[in-house]
Structures are given as structure tokens and as C-alpha cells.
Design a protein around this ligand. Structure first.
Ligand code: ARG
Ligand code: ZN
Ligand code: CA
Length: 260
């Protein structure tokens, strides 16, 4: 319970009805990677969310193979959005399942990274069990998918018991207060590109920007409100600059590369 309490050395949750809280903790090498709460489950007040060991969180820092690609969070977010393990709530037996039609019946968890296909006593034909699913226990590099059925169950959770996530204020950012703020509010991808650039800003008001050549020639002017797709396929390969201005005259310049 200390994880969930700032006064006990942890961190008190943001409003669990509006935010997905993730506590990154030290389990003290007890073998646990992480755990999550499921909608409707029984858990202490204000502990709804994920708890993940710091050595198993993200892709940089303290992580090491085979748990080094952030898949513990992927797996736990699956639970958070109501998914069960492929073998169902309990290990063993082929009668119990995860309640999802497009994940094959599976007896128990898969460890490591076996060669495809893997058969068990529940699924002994076809492509075998779906050990590469995020809701199995294989190595991070070995898990790669949710199914369509899992996706629909997660969407039902997001639009049902987890719909508070859709109603928080996290998506309405205030206007930038500095050039750095403006720069941080803008994302450009893919970069390099050969034809289209998606330019997005977390600012609410429209932002104007101009495309410049390396010699400082202004080539094109645009506006972005939230997200805009810009076609740069007419321009030759090379380095270009985008200069952004917002309504308060904050400015930021970002380099883009057009590759052919
Ligand atoms: N054991 C944990 C659980 O069942 C997480 C498993 C995550 N697996 C991984 N390869 N990261 O909730
Ligand atoms: Zn799990
Ligand atoms: Ca299934």
C-alpha cells in the first residue's frame, strides 16, 4: 500500500477515474515484473492502475534483456483494459479461456521465446497457441500482438468502465508561454520524409509556420491547428527549416529532411 501513498514514500495517485496511473517501483527482486488492476476488480482505494518494477519499465535506463522493450507496461495495460491471460484466470485446463474467440485455447503460460509453432494439449493443430501475444509471458522481444478480439474488448472497457479517461483535461493544453514551450508542443513526423509530413501541436490556437530552404528562401506558408498534413513532394531532396509562430509571437525553428 505504500506505493500509493506520498506520505509513506510512494506517490498518491492522480484521480484514478480520469487517469491511468503507473507506479514504477522497487519490488526487491521478488520475481515480479508488474501487475495491474482490472475494471471491476477488488483493490485498495486509489490504487487503480499499473505497478511495474523499475528494471522492467521502458526501453532505456535500468532494463536488460530479455525484459527490455517496455512490454511489461503493454501487458499490464492489456489487463487494465480488461484483458485476461490467454489461458484464462487460472492456469491449467482447456475449458477455461480468456473469453476471446480469436485467441486459441491455451493451457498455461509460455516462457522464453520458443520457435513457431508451439502446440499444447488445448491446441494441437494449425498454428498452435498464440505465444507471441502481449497477454502471454514470453520475452519482450518475442511478444508482438493483440488480436482484433482483444482490441474490441479493450475499446469496450475504454468506452465503458474506463470512459473517465476520455473526459480528463489532459488533452487541452494551455497556450505556450515561451519559445521552448512552443517548440516542445510541436511534433513532426516522419522526418526524414519523401512526400508527406504530419505536423501536430498540443497548443489549442492555430500556429502558422513557413518552410525555408537552407539558403533562407521562404518556400511555403501554412497553418496548423492540432494536426496538419503537408505535402513536400514537390521539393528536391535536402535540408529545410520550418519556422513556427504562435498567436503570442513565440517562435521555434525545426530542421526537416526531404529524402528521395
Ligand atoms: N508477470 C506479469 C503479469 O502477469 C508481467 C509479464 C510481462 N511479460 C513480459 N515479457 N514483459 O502481469
Ligand atoms: Zn499478466
Ligand atoms: Ca481465446
Amino acid at each position: 500500500n505504500n506505493y500509493y501513498s506520498t506520505t509513506n514514500g510512494g506517490k498518491t495517485a492522480w484521480d484514478v477515474n480520469k487517469y491511468l496511473n503507473i507506479w514504477v517501483v522497487d519490488f526487491g527482486n521478488n520475481g515480479l515484473l508488474g501487475f495491474a488492476t482490472q475494471p471491476g476488480g477488488a483493490f485498495p482505494a486509489n490504487s487503480d492502475g499499473l505497478v511495474i518494477g523499475y528494471q522492467f519499465f521502458g526501453r532505456v535506463g535500468n532494463v536488460a534483456p530479455p525484459i527490455n522493450k517496455g512490454r511489461t507496461a503493454t501487458h499490464e495495460i492489456g489487463h487494465y483494459f480488461n484483458l485476461d491471460h490467454l489461458w484464462g484466470p487460472n492456469v491449467g485446463g482447456c475449458n477455461e479461456d480468456d473469453g476471446i474467440a480469436d485467441t486459441p485455447l491455451q493451457d498455461q503460460e509460455t516462457q522464453g521465446c520458443p520457435a513457431f509453432p508451439v502446440f499444447d494439449n488445448c491446441t494441437s493443430i494449425g498454428d498452435g497457441i498464440m505465444f507471441c501475444n502481449f497477454l502471454d509471458y514470453v520475452n519482450d522481444a518475442c511478444m508482438s500482438m493483440f488480436t482484433q478480439g482483444q482490441k474490441l474488448k479493450m475499446l469496450a472497457a475504454l468506452n465503458g468502465p474506463r470512459s473517465g479517461l476520455l473526459n480528463n483535461n489532459a488533452c487541452s493544453w494551455p497556450a505556450a508561454t515561451s519559445n521552448i514551450d512552443l517548440a516542445n508542443s510541436i511534433s513532426i513526423f516522419p522526418n526524414p520524409t519523401n512526400n508527406l509530413l504530419t505536423i501536430s501541436t498540443t497548443e489549442n490556437a492555430p500556429i502558422s509556420f513557413s518552410l525555408y530552404s537552407v539558403t533562407g528562401q521562404m518556400l511555403k506558408k501554412f497553418q496548423v491547428k492540432k494536426s496538419t498534413i503537408v505535402d513536400v513532394s514537390d521539393f528536391p531532396a535536402g535540408v529545410y527549416y520550418l519556422t513556427f509562430f504562435d498567436a503570442k509571437n513565440n517562435s521555434a525553428t525545426k530542421k526537416i529532411i526531404i529524402a528521395k
